[in-house]
Design a protein around this ligand. Sequence first.
Ligand code: KG4
Ligand code: ZN
Length: 333
Amino acid sequence: MKYISIETSCDETSVAIFEDNNLIKHYVYSQIETHKKWGGVVPEVASREHSEKIAHLLKKLGIKKLDLVGFTRGPGLKGSLLVGKVSAFVLSEFFKCPIMGLNHLEGHFLSPELVRNKIVNKIKFPCIGLLVSGGHTELWYSRGYGNYKVIGKTRDDACGEAFDKVAKILGLGYPGGPIIDKMSKLIKEDPKIFTVPEVKNSFDYSFSGIKTQVAYYVRDLKKITRKDKLRIIKSFQSSVVESLLNKLDLAVRKFGVKNIVVSGGVSANSFLREKLFERFKDFNIFLPELKYCGDNAAMMGVCMYRRIENGIYDGPTDVDDLLSGDMKNFKCI
Ligand code: KG4
Ligand code: ZN
């Protein structure tokens, strides 16, 4: 079976072509350089860039025959998603093949199953998934492919968004996550300036408070030195990681599972990875390869493969359905 996946939910235009469980070609065009000057993703600019790049990327795949086309239907930026949906619709008409709407977060969740350009049975179930990206922070309980329950989520900012905003406050550049990750290695101990964010009696997260703590701390400093910046990011990163892992800990104990998936852009964070293995020694931990942490079409191809394999095809049936970016066909237990 030959199939294509298209991912355009935010600021990466990405396409992939698979043959069965083999990833044949994969392209990711990142718009980071474009959005850098605004310090964040500008939705209208993002959708324009997707529409300028997508045809070029699809052409590079050199499609001769197609059995199925999949696209990210949500969640994401409406205008950006639309570019992927329309492209998928055109391909399905042209190649007379079925179309499948996919959930972006399921793509992140399944991304650890891409190993050296192959889809492998890697994730063990039941498991708890910690999905950490620029747009989302969620905890999932999963009993198998296509069987997911959201047990906790952020009540305000996503975790990656907090990294980006803190970097912006400190004038470090965009995106903030990788910069903070790298810079915080330059200082050894955590100066414990900020408290660990916690939403009591829940699996939910909250990161807007720590972002405000950082803003006030910076405001109260007369002059900010490089050393101050290093202390701030070290403490910020440690508190955020501890907060993420505290709820993960609570979840694995409550649901009695031994398997953990951590994925999404922030799962590339080296301090998070280090603490994860330190704290969950007796668990099976599944992480994506670094190149599959951020948004990409290959992870969406994994969703397609698992859905076909498990008979959970739920693609849209008409154009109206195609144009709705919600999660109505997203199977939850
Ligand atoms: O999954 P992703 O590419 O896009 C969304 O679906 O949102 O995640 C992007 C986010 C950005 O906020 C970025 O700063 C963050 O992931 N990120 C990191 C690291 N690499 C990317 N955060 C912390 N440490 C990193 N190494
Ligand atoms: Zn994402």
